[in-house]
Design a protein around this ligand. Structure first.
Ligand SMILES: [Zn+2]
Length: 196
């Protein structure tokens, strides 16, 4: 069984004009003795405080996983200059790029391609004591103050103002709804998958 902990719930707050305050949901996965930090986000102070609350130091993080390349999801890699950064197919270690396929190497953490919001977007699926949990990045995300509807129809039709490929996004959403019991969205609250 894989363990997980949502360290920071993602948010996206309009702050006037075209400005935002945004940082994604940051999740810690513990699997096969590794501390995996998923989408470390943009707020240095919030991340440090959240790790401290779990009694985890920056040096305890074994690897960082990025669901996609939007800066609000990854700015905090600056706090971990010596930690390997993984995306859906490559490990970045100093100037080396090491390709892999399938799970995060050496773990039971499954990588599922979920393009749409961004072409490189991937999600992670883990088996936990609470069921199959998907860390879904921006496959779903809500602006603060917007009611988070999690019936199937609303989830499939949720508008993404930053979508790159609408058709791919819909297919990715269907794929994850068929695989997961619990979904951790990019910005918003964790929700359970309902049948309807
Ligand atoms: Zn994004």
């Amino acid at each position: 069984m894989t363990q997980f902990k949502v360290l920071i719930e993602g948010y996206a707050k309009p702050t006037g004009g075209k400005a935002f305050k945004a940082s994604p949901t940051t999740t810690l996965i513990i699997d096969s003795g590794k501390n995996i930090l998923v989408d470390p986000g943009a707020s240095k102070s919030k991340l440090i405080a959240a790790l401290k609350a779990e009694d985890i130091f920056l040096k305890d993080i074994d690897l960082i996983f990025l669901t996609h390349y939007h800066p609000d999801h990854f700015l905090n890699i600056r706090l971990f200059p010596d930690v390997d950064v993984y995306d859906g197919s490559t490990i970045y270690r100093d100037d080396e790029e090491l390709e892999f396929f399938g799970n995060i190497p050496g773990t039971a953490v499954k990588i599922v391609p979920t393009p749409g919001h961004a072409s490189e977007h991937v999600s992670l699926v883990i088996r936990t004591s609470e069921g199959r949990v998907c860390i879904a990045g921006d496959l779903w995300w809500w602006m603060d103050g917007v009611k988070q509807m999690t019936d199937r129809k609303s989830l499939l039709s949720l508008k993404d103002p930053f979508v790159k490929d609408k058709r791919a996004l819909l297919e990715s959403r269907k794929k994850i709804l068929a695989m997961a019991d619990i979904i951790i969205p990019g910005h918003g609250k964790v929700f359970r998958v309902k049948l309807k």
